[in-house]
Design a protein around this ligand. Structure first.
Ligand SMILES: [Zn+2]
Length: 268
């Protein structure tokens, strides 16, 4: 089965998501027999089931929500229903920020009795799903409570997801020693007032330079990025940083064992 990450969508922000210019189904993460899901946006269930080969949500052990915005959380309930086999089997965990459970309840109450555990995410904490450890090293700068994830895989491989956030220097420290860095890059340029609180291409360049992963992937594209061709922006960042940067495509699968087979040791 192996370890892979499959992008069931690469859309970010309002226009690209609401017009489905890119899909917005979130990310399936398979780590040997353990499967979990990150940010089930609109279309997550359908994209999983129509994926080839089919990804079966009733095999998920957990669903992780970085924050409660609709492009990340829309399909949370239906994915929970599928994970619990139509709300008939008590199984699976949901990890989410407190404000997604209290301030704006994005998880329906009637589904919660069938979940094995609901875990609130907090800054600087570690968690486990089966034998997989992960951390939420810092709270992101975003209009609602938001966290990124750092997964500690077998063979000393660290995979980090920098989800929605405004750039801040704390991110470099928080996500250091990541072998694979996945970054939500919604914009090419800063917006005037930084009101949307998202990363742009210059921010990604700074982060890649500072963190020095073996490979970086950009995803969660807004309209500006789509119009400027994500793969061109990725290529530019690669040239400026000397690190391989790839623009995610809908349905793209990263097989971590083949990408990292010769280099799983950290250079400090
Ligand atoms: Zn957001």
């Amino acid at each position: 089965m192996g370890t892979f990450i499959k992008f069931l969508g690469t859309a970010g922000a309002r226009i690209v998501v609401s017009k489905q210019i890119r899909a917005s189904g979130g990310i399936w993460f398979q780590h040997d027999k353990l499967a979990f899901f990150i940010d089930p946006g609109p279309g997550a269930l359908v994209k999983a089931l129509t994926s080839k080969p089919k990804l079966e949500p009733w095999k998920l052990s957990a669903i992780l929500l970085s924050h409660r915005h609709i492009d990340h959380a829309n399909d949370l309930n239906i994915m929970v229903e599928s994970m619990t086999e139509g709300n008939t089997k008590k199984r699976g965990m949901v990890f989410l920020p407190k404000d997604a459970l209290e301030e704006e309840k994005v998880l329906f109450s009637y589904l919660t009795p069938m979940l094995q555990e609901i875990v609130l995410l907090e800054e600087g904490k570690e968690y486990s799903i089966g034998n997989l450890r992960f951390a939420t090293p810092c709270r992101h700068w975003h209009p609602v409570e938001t966290y990124g994830f750092k997964f500690y895989l077998k063979d000393n491989l660290t995979v980090s997801f920098i989800t929605d956030t405004l750039y801040n220097p704390k991110l470099q420290e928080a996500y250091q020693k990541s072998d694979l860095l996945i970054i939500n890059m919604v914009r090419t340029k800063p917006d005037n007032a930084n009101a949307v609180m998202h990363l742009n291409a210059d921010d990604v360049e700074k982060l890649v330079k500072a963190i020095k992963p073996k490979m970086a992937v950009i995803t969660h594209f807004g309209m500006q990025v789509i119009l400027n061709k994500p793969w061109k922006i990725a290529e530019e960042i690669s040239q400026k940083t000397g690190i391989q940067v790839v623009a995610a495509r809908d349905g793209m699968q990263l097989d971590l064992e083949s990408i990292f087979k010769n280099s799983v040791q950290h250079t400090t």
